[in-house]
Design a protein around this ligand. Structure first.
Ligand code: FES
Length: 575
């Protein structure tokens, strides 16, 4: 056991514990807010970073949950202070929350650095908030515990269970095909989101909350607790108590986030059939932790770990069912033989100790390894002359006939052109065509919007086609499905081979051998490259311009170059 910190070792001591003109000001301003030395003297100061906002339904309960965290901090002898951070509501923030994930990461890091804080409790859950909070906390390096917002309750429509996103896509497709009425569509709108909390399919939010737990950054079992369950505020109180001890123990993220911890998280991601978005976020988090991780590692692990969680969009059930089935502890117990159980977690205990006693209660929701939902993992990483640095696909969510396919490209230069064309009744397209969308990547979007599940052309929809191969440098929502090849790197906007694809070119995809190939002679590609011109940047000022200049490619985790590397940032001077 390392020695516990003494009060004078606390980071906040530099602000509050010394006797000079500046500390007089710090203490008098706390007294101005009604606190005195019995509140803040010689105690760990815990920053509760809260991504609550009035326009984020996934986080609507986090204002109340911060009070539960505070209760725990006070019980354990700490001094809690709540600091708001950017909320990033997936449905409302345009053009894409991905444009702002790094903004949140920067905000978190600098909030923690610039204030007299000894530890942090991070409140979030909607897709980009989890990686944003964690990336910032890793770079700052003080003890931190992540509190997942938890999934919302199951959706309901005429007795049918509805899943966030996935069923919206499904019924929107049926509406475009003329199979459901406007009235039915409106009923679905009122029934699909029944409580506060995140999307309750295995979308990006549930995937990232689970990954945070698998990394050891949450209390055991925290990630699947429904937001509206009374266990959720109890978990928040426990997190508040635990972070105070983590400060005294100096249990910093670097001690938890080892290479093995990331391998564990990727294995859990595969077993869950998790969102493709997670690949970008996990790579970014690992690189913040100083670990080299690339997309190939996901492919290696995906061949070893089957999908055993029967959760939409790859399976049948929802996160509420997963919680009743035993949640992530039960799933990790099932995977125990594949995990490194010696990894340390925020509890101060190993994963092995945290999983002790975990059980699967419903076998139809969490399958045994011997009877998986899908024999190979959730994600395939393909490479070839069309994606020299890789691209990703979720084979479990695609029609099998498309996993080995060669067909002509139907190429779109940008999203607006694609959106217009797919609605045309006279569009020349067959189910064997491969839709290609350009200029939707990190710089081209910019912000890599979730445009990767390109709509099936209306003409084919009416003929009953529900899946076809689609290729882009965009992402897709974790709630989406279909034979969508995403994250093509390098992206078309910077001159990646995707930029050179023309309608009629033959493209071949073979998922079993992880290959994607553009059947165009090299000499012709060289001729097209010589004629290619980069489109003008969308933003020439402000954050968007900074984003476009510094954002990395998908295979690098889409972090800013100036955040991913470099010497540690010094502690602020207090003058
Ligand atoms: Fe927030 Fe899906 S919209 S998690």
């Amino acid at each position: 056991m390392p020695p516990r910190k003494r009060p004078e070792d606390l980071r906040s001591h530099r602000w509050l514990g010394v006797s000079d003109m500046r500390s007089f000001g710090h203490r008098s301003r706390l007294q101005q807010m009604g606190f005195d030395a019995t509140d803040f003297g010689a105690k760990p100061v815990i920053g509760i970073i809260n991504t609550w906002s009035e326009i984020n339904a996934c986080h609507a309960h986090l204002r109340a949950r911060a009070e539960d965290v505070k209760r725990g901090v006070l019980q354990a002898g700490g001094f809690p202070v709540e600091l708001p951070a950017m909320s990033l509501a997936e449905p409302f923030v345009k053009p894409s929350t991905m444009l702002y994930r790094n903004f949140l990461a920067m905000e978190v890091e600098e909030l923690l650095r610039s204030h007299p804080l000894d530890g942090a409790v991070l409140l979030g859950g909607c897709d980009k908030t989890t990686p944003g909070l964690i990336m910032g906390a890793i770079s700052m390096g003080i003890p931190a515990i992540y509190v997942p917002a938890g999934p919302m309750l199951r959706g309901n429509w005429r007795g049918e269970q509805l899943g966030s996103g996935s069923d919206a896509w499904k019924y929107w497709t049926e509406k475009r095909a003329g199979n459901i009425t406007e009235e039915q569509w409106n009923e679905i709108e009122g029934g699909i989101a029944r409580s506060f909390g995140t999307c309750m399919v295995m979308g990006t939010a549930a995937t990232m909350m689970s990954i945070a737990e698998a990394l050891g950054l949450t209390l055991p079992g925290a990630s699947a607790i429904p937001a509206a369950d009374s266990g959720h505020p109890r978990m928040c109180g426990a997190a508040g108590r635990r972070i105070v001890d983590m400060v005294w123990e100096n249990l910093t993220p670097e001690k938890i986030l080892t290479k093995s911890a990331f391998d564990n998280a990727i294995k859990v991601h595969m077993a869950l059939g998790g969102s493709t978005n997670a690949i970008i976020h996990v790579v970014a988090m690992a690189r913040r932790a100083g670990l080299k991780l690339d997309m190939q590692r996901f492919d290696e692990i995906s061949r070893e770990i089957p999908v055993i969680a029967n959760i939409r969009p790859s399976g049948k059930y929802l996160m509420e069912d997963f919680f009743y089935a035993g949640g992530l502890r039960a799933l990790m117990r099932e995977l125990a033989g594949k995990l490194d159980l010696s990894c340390l977690t925020v509890t101060g205990k190993t994963l092995r100790e945290n999983l002790d006693g975990a059980e699967v209660f419903q076998r139809e929701v969490i399958h045994p390894l011997s009877d998986p939902i899908y024999a190979e993992g959730a994600t395939a990483v393909l490479t070839g002359n069309l994606a020299p640095r890789g691209c990703v696909m979720k084979p479990a969510a695609a029609e099998k006939r498309l996993l080995q396919h060669r067909g002509p490209a139907l190429a779109f230069e940008d999203y607006n052109q694609m959106a217009r064309e797919v609605e045309r009744d006279d569009l020349e397209v067959t189910a064997d065509h491969i839709l290609v969308l350009k200029n939707a990547g990190p710089k081209g979007g910019p912000g890599m919007p979730e445009w990767g599940m390109l709509p099936i052309p209306k003409r084919l929809l009416k003929a009953g086609v529900r899946d076809m191969l689609r290729i882009s440098d965009a992402r897709m929502s974790g709630t989406s499905y279909g034979a969508c090849i995403l994250h093509v790197a390098p992206e078309s906007f910077v001159g990646g081979p995707l930029a050179l694809v023309q309608t009629g070119d033959e493209i071949e995809v073979d998922v079993a051998v992880r290959r994607i190939h553009l059947h165009v002679p090299d000499a012709e590609l060289a001729r097209r490259r010589a004629a290619w011109k980069q489109p003008p940047p969308r933003y020439t000022r402000g954050y968007g311009a900074m984003f476009s200049e510094h954002i990395g490619q998908a295979d690098e985790g889409c972090d800013f170059d100036f955040l991913a590397a470099g010497a540690p940032t010094p502690e602020p001077e207090i003058h």
